[in-house]
Design a protein around this ligand. Structure first.
Ligand code: SAM
Length: 387
């Protein structure tokens, strides 16, 4: 077999694994490609202008500001507990956490005596307000005896390793990855029984190919199970099961990003390109239910941000001359139909009483302070629109 040294260390790691064990699942391929020592998330500054993709927090601090408004509303609806923790999972370079803490501080610094922000990432690579981003297993020590918390994530779940499911001859198969004598990756199929699909009419799905995430719950640290009251806010892109597993979505749910271009083949540029999968929100809710977490609502990012006062904030910034026309069109991407505005915001809870749930579900916003949007920094795309 030819070992192509130019294809990088993550490529070599995968070839070595295949030589040791035989063909590997796509899930294992994605795990090594993204999260091994030489993987994509270990070595790259992947976010924003200089990365391969941008996310809502990396566009403009308005996103973090409105997230902070949501958090303060939840804290208020719980009668301002003295000890309230916000746990962000998949914090990346920490931009969202920095903006949320900064927004809370400028709205009312005394709130930070009660609200603590903990940022977690599988590949910790930064800090939020002087505190290092930690790995999930360090959380236990930090939140023993906690009464209530918010657990949030932005584009975490789409970054979890997935299998690739293919329907052939009315049977379900997973894609396996092997390597040929030229050192190129090759796919094969292995028939697999998938309990969740037992009732699905596979004849209508002949030829379907799409991701299936078996790690949908693994990002929730187990210590969260012991906290009596928790609100979950997970922002990501995806669909409900019926749309997710339909022929129009076949081959469209697994994406790769390299320098802002949606490339075609996840087996290319191993370790140098991002691989992501749309989220199946129906499946996510099933995993939540197993942990006693109940869905409150699932709305678009556009609806969510509008409910939190997006239009007023923008108008205020425009009137005060803070935003150029160019920046306004950049910020508007947060609510764009067919863009970030179509992302889903899954809000769920455990342990909340009826009154607290109704405040969460009606989406109304009792706390507004439009002139407190944190400053644009180098981490935001908006910064690079100014210079
Ligand atoms: C697409 S990035 C999003 C980063 C950031 N939330 C944002 O919106 O810019 C996904 C992040 O999730 C992290 N991640 C993936 N799986 C994780 C897990 N199980 N626990 C914590 N972080 C995880 C990755 O390391 C990466 O930083």
């Amino acid at each position: 077999m030819t070992f192509d040294k130019n294809r990088g260390s993550a490529y070599a790691d995968i070839v070595n694994r295949i030589c040791e064990t035989g063909p590997i699942s796509f899930e294992e391929f994605m795990e090594i490609a993204l999260y091994s020592r030489n993987g994509y998330y270990s070595g790259h500054t992947s976010f924003g202008t200089h990365g391969d993709f941008y996310t809502s927090p990396s566009l403009h601090p308005v996103f973090g500001y409105l997230f902070a408004v949501q958090i303060i509303n939840i804290w208020e609806s719980m009668n301002r507990p003295n000890s309230f923790t916000v746990v962000e999972i998949g914090a990346g370079d920490g931009t969202l956490g920095i903006d949320i803490v900064s927004a809370i501080r400028s709205v009312d610094a005394s709130i930070l005596n009660c609200i603590e922000y903990i940022a977690i990432d599988r590949v910790p690579r930064g800090a939020v307000s002087g505190t290092e981003i930690i790995s999930g297993d360090q959380l236990d020590l930090q939140i023993a005896d906690l009464e209530s918390c918010v657990v949030l994530s932005n584009e975490l779940i789409d970054a979890l390793p997935v299998e690739i499911l293919e329907v052939k001859d009315r049977r379900t198969n997973f894609v396996m990855i092997n390597v040929d004598e030229n050192g190129d990756f090759k796919e094969s199929l292995i028939e697999t029984t998938i309990d969740e699909l037992a009732d699905v009419d596979l004849s209508a799905l002949e030829g379907y190919r799409g991701p299936l995430c078996r790690k949908l719950g693994e990002w929730i640290p187990t210590v969260i199970d012991s906290i009596p009251k928790a609100v979950f806010i997970n922002v990501d892109y995806g669909y409900e099961q019926t749309e997710y597993m339909s022929m129009p979505k076949s081959n469209r749910l697994l994406q790769t990003y390299y320098k802002h271009v949606d490339t075609l083949n996840p087996l290319d540029r191993v370790g140098d390109q991002d691989i992501t999968a749309h989220v199946n929100f129906t499946a996510l809710r099933k995993v939540f239910a197993q942990r006693g977490i109940k869905s409150v609502t699932n709305i678009t990012q556009r609806e969510w941000l509008f409910g939190l006062g997006y239009l007023d904030v923008l108008e205020n910034m425009r009137l005060s001359g803070e935003l150029s026309r160019r920046e306004i069109s950049l910020v508007d991407r947060l609510v764009e139909i067919d863009g970030l505005g179509e992302f889903r915001v899954e809000i769920s809870q455990k342990g909340l009483d009826e009154a607290e749930i109704s405040i969460l579900s009606d989406g109304s916003n009792s706390y507004n302070c439009f002139n407190k949007v944190p400053p644009v920094t180098r981490n935001h795309m908006a910064y690079h629109f100014r210079v």
